[in-house]
Write a protein that binds this ligand. Structure first.
Ligand code: NAP
Length: 260
């Protein structure tokens, strides 16, 4: 675990940095520039997906950054329309990314019915064959995770779901912890009213922005977080989360926004 990029351990000794760059809508040259800038600032975790259409830019940003590939955690995701063609899809992702492996491959949305377990078996096989260092899911509820584990004995390392103060659900969070599934929160800022007085007051107290309070709150709960920004200032702000912390009362005040 690097001091600049604190990480959570996934099975198999894979270190997943707690803060990553969301890359949805980062595409073309603007997207490439934002990713390059993020890597210069110290981001070591990029979240992409086949659906985002930007794997080529992600791969180019990683290579051009000069940072060794093994120091950058790259996630991609299987789109819903590609179930049944899992192996071809990950091979196409690896070609677009220009890399031999991704660090994490996620099922982007739960496939319907029996396809869910069939897709998961393909994920287990891709992991065994070394194409991906860890496998997980996205947008699954706990019952859908339990179904995969019951059928295959393999627990998803990660579940990537929408998570912001408004979404906070302690039971769902502890359900993931009990199963040994790392919770990864997407759309942490977009789903938040950043001008809420509670966030404004905590931001003033710590000399940070409301967005930093929200992202730090994810970290206090051990939730991996992947804010997206195309703006150099906000990219810097979203990674600058390790010079302050929220105490238990402050965390509880943000938790309470879920019911506010
Ligand atoms: P987000 O990261 O919560 O919010 C992005 C928006 O917030 C952008 O409009 C951005 O504008 C703005 N922003 C960024 N930093 C800010 C700051 N410090 N202060 C104020 N505004 C700020 O939303 P998201 O892109 O939906 O979610 C993040 C990532 O999660 C995605 O990029 C994607 O990688 C992943 N995701 C996954 C799924 C899934 O189904 N698995 C679904 C949605 C998203 P600027 O760019 O102008 O800064």
């Amino acid at each position: 675990m690097s001091p600049d990029s604190p990480a959570v351990a996934l099975p198999g000794g894979v270190a997943m940095p707690l803060v990553g760059l969301g890359t949805w809508r980062l595409s073309g040259e603007e997207g490439y520039r934002a990713m390059r800038h993020a890597l210069e600032l110290g981001y070591r975790h990029l979240d992409t997906a086949t659906m985002y259409g930007n794997e080529e830019q992600v791969g180019r940003a990683v290579r051009d950054s000069g940072v060794p590939r093994e120091e950058i955690f790259v996630t991609t995701k299987l789109p819903p329309g590609s179930t049944g063609r899992e192996r071809q899809t990950i091979e196409a992702s690896l070609r677009a990314l220009g890399t031999d492996y991704v660090d994490l491959w996620l099922v982007h949305w739960p496939p319907p019915g029996e396809q869910s377990v069939a897709t998961w078996r393909e994920f287990v096989a891709a992991h065994a064959d070394g194409l991906v260092r860890a496998i997980g899911v996205s947008n699954y509820d706990l019952a859908q995770i339990d179904e995969l584990v019951a059928a295959t004995g393999v627990t998803p390392a990660v579940n990537q779901v929408p998570w912001s103060p408004a979404d906070h659900d302690p039971q769902r969070l502890s359900g993931h912890r009990e199963r040994g599934v790392v919770l990864e929160g997407y759309s942490p800022l977009k789903r938040t009213r950043l001008e809420h007085p509670t966030l404004a007051s905590l931001a003033r107290r710590h000399g940070v922005t409301p967005a930093q309070v929200v992202l730090r709150w994810h970290l206090e709960h051990g939730i991996v977080v992947i804010p997206k920004s195309a703006d150099p200032g906000r990219l810097k702000e979203n990674l600058d989360l390790f010079g302050f912390s929220l105490d238990a009362d402050e965390v509880a005040a943000v938790d309470a926004l879920a019911t506010a």
